[in-house]
Design a protein around this ligand. Structure first.
Ligand SMILES: [Zn+2]
Length: 340
């Protein structure tokens, strides 16, 4: 597909966005309005960091080719990477899913592709994407919460991503909500993520089934010894009591997290993104039910929520790619080509 040269976004307004996940790398060329061309999806080779970087470089080239665009017509590359990153040096400090520690992503890709790169944490990329192109467009203050296999939030304050002193501001998934709760993958106990993320819902269902609870889950196609959260959602949509109890419990914890975030930041919007945030997911309804319980108990929360809209993400299919491009557009690092 060729890009229309009369496009009002004009020359050189394109950015390649790359969403680097533990199982797949998604890339595309993103225009000034967040439109995506040349989408590519490749498996992530995590055998060695250099192999992963090569797969990223390959995805960038394929995206450019798919969009029919010369590298000279793009401003640069933005990347959303899981874990802890240092955007100033362009180094991925720790990405457990990728097996990365201190990987110089920016300098490696800049040398390889001769285009400036900017990197950020993937949830921060999601927040920037919503802020520039999605449900938060035009808003100065917002909180973005990613709900999926993990839970994390990132905050945009006065139009800028608030990173905190080491980029961890918003790691609400690892606040302990129950000191006697399950052990979290971070090593903590009773973290929000261990209570309300997708894998936690599946584990709660497995435990209840093992304890002999009756449930439709056993009748569903795909039922086996290792459950997925999708089965829990499917059973809930068919009126299953156990599945609905589990989702109501998770929604109530998430509503408490939203209560704390709203009171901390008084945002214009709280945007729910990530795989579990799609419209129709019963978790969203459970969150709303949970909020309806907190609002009457706290006059100040009621006041705050008068100015805060709870929204689901505006970017769905291309959220990772568009968010990654937003990283490049938001950083102001985008003029420097940092050859070593
Ligand atoms: Zn944790």
């Amino acid at each position: 597909m060729k890009l229309d040269s009369s496009n009002p976004t004009g020359n050189g307004r394109w950015v390649v966005g790359v969403d680097v996940g533990g199982t797949k790398i998604a890339a595309g060329v993103v225009g000034a309005n967040g439109q995506v061309q040349g989408r590519v999806k490749l498996p992530t080779d995590t055998s060695r960091p250099e192999m992963t970087l090569q797969a990223i470089a390959h995805a960038v080239k394929e995206a450019l080719q798919g969009a029919g665009l010369e590298a000279s017509r793009v401003n640069g590359i933005g990347l959303g990477i899981p874990g802890k990153v240092d955007p100033a040096t362009g180094v991925s400090l720790l990405a457990v899913n990728l097996g990365w520690q201190d990987v110089p992503v920016k300098s490696w890709l800049e040398n390889q592709l001769n285009l400036p790169c900017a990197i950020e944490n993937d949830v921060a990329a999601g927040a920037l994407g919503e802020s520039l192109y999605g449900a938060g467009k035009g808003l100065e203050n917002l909180v973005y919460i990613s709900l999926g296999t993990g839970i994390a939030a990132r905050v945009i304050i006065e139009g800028r991503l608030y990173r905190g002193s080491s980029g961890l501001a918003g790691e609400i998934g690892h606040i302990s909500f129950d000191p006697n709760g399950p052990v979290c993958r971070c090593g903590g106990t009773g973290c929000l993520e261990a209570l309300a993320a997708g894998p936690a819902l599946a584990q709660q269902a497995e435990a209840a089934l093992q304890a002999g609870r009756s449930s439709l889950i056993r009748e569903l196609p795909g039922y086996g010894p290792k459950l997925s959260s999708e089965l829990v959602f499917e059973a809930a949509s068919q009126g299953d009591t156990l599945a609905n109890e589990i989702i109501t419990g998770a929604g109530s914890h998430l509503a408490y997290a939203i209560y704390m975030l709203a009171m901390s930041f008084n945002p214009q919007a709280i945007i729910l993104g990530g795989g579990l945030s799609q419209a129709g997911n019963p978790l969203i309804a459970a969150i709303e039910t949970g909020l309806a319980q907190w609002i009457p108990r706290s006059p100040i929360f009621r006041e705050v929520m008068r100015q805060t809209t709870l929204k689901t993400a505006g970017l769905t299919r291309d959220a990772g790619i568009v968010g990654a491009a937003a990283v490049f557009n938001a950083t102001g690092l985008n003029q420097t080509l940092n050859h070593k």
